[in-house]
Design a protein around this ligand. Structure first.
Ligand code: ADP
Ligand code: ADP
Length: 229
């Protein structure tokens, strides 16, 4: 499903070029639930942004569902992302002026889904994350955990094959963190592949595989007995 080979990413923004990822190779199969771990600055977010087609890389190849997505234009990348990838951010990234329903409809607007179907699917996705009764609210009227559930509804509304999340529980308390991990486990059990960055070992326990980054390389990669919620 995800097949990357020898991916190198160099940031050239400051003085010295910085090698954030150094020839990373990684395969993720359908149905996996993987935690990307490692200390701050080890390259986790850079990896996630590349996997989510939010950023480019300098060399190497990336195959997503058998298709070479290494050299897409911004437009092509956005198209593939909207169709095949759901992305969840640490800081939710909801549109503040839109209602929760409109936020969840947005990926379907980009996919030209007709209004009535958009509405039905958005309501369904919100019910899926336990927020069917909050559709008319705006993001500033709900809690952080609820915002992240809206973001998950938005991420799954186009039924992506893979759900990606960068520190999705980084801004949440421990009880809300478990709510989010439970939703991820349920979606994974229903067949969605999940890849998630976390630096918290307690959060990684709920996944089936840990990939450990250190200084831009993969230091360790092992399956584990998943703690079920
Ligand atoms: P992590 O997510 O593990 O904290 P990052 O992927 O954010 O690591 O960062 C990896 C390295 O790349 C760090 O040294 C970081 O400072 C650097 N870096 C990340 N983003 C940028 C950027 N946009 N410009 C320059 N350097 C960056
Ligand atoms: P995280 O590690 O949780 O992803 P950071 O605080 O490292 O968050 O980075 C936040 C944002 O700043 C990211 O978009 C990242 O690309 C950018 N960034 C990180 N390090 C640098 C850097 N050294 N120079 C420029 N941008 C950076």
């Amino acid at each position: 499903m995800i097949e990357i080979k020898d991916i190198t990413k160099i940031y050239r923004t400051g003085g010295e070029p910085l090698v954030a990822l150094d020839k990373i190779s990684l395969s993720i199969q359908e149905g996996e639930f993987t935690a990307i771990m490692g200390p701050s600055g080890s390259g986790k977010s850079t990896m996630m942004n590349i996997l989510g087609l939010l950023d480019r890389f300098d060399s190497g190849t990336y195959y997503l569902n058998g298709k070479d997505v290494s050299h897409l234009s911004d437009n092509e990348g956005a198209h593939v992302r909207n169709k095949e990838i759901g992305f969840v951010f640490q800081s939710f990234n909801l549109m503040p002026r839109m209602t929760i329903l409109e936020n969840v409809e947005l990926p379907m607007v980009y996919a030209n889904v007709p209004k009535k179907e958009r509405n039905e699917r958005a309501v369904k996705a919100l019910e899926r994350v336990g927020l069917g009764n909050r559709v008319k609210h705006r993001p500033n009227e709900i809690s952080g955990g609820q915002k992240q559930r809206v973001a998950i509804a938005r991420a799954i509304v186009n039924t992506p094959s893979v759900l990606m999340a960068d520190e999705p529980t980084g801004n949440l308390d421990s009880k809300t963190t478990l709510d989010i991990m439970r939703i991820f486990q349920e979606l994974n059990a229903e067949g969605t592949t999940v890849v998630m960055v976390t630096h918290e070992p307690e959060v990684a326990e709920y996944t089936k595989r840990v990939v450990l980054f250190k200084d831009g390389v993969i230091r360790d990669d092992y399956p584990q007995q998943q703690k079920i919620l």
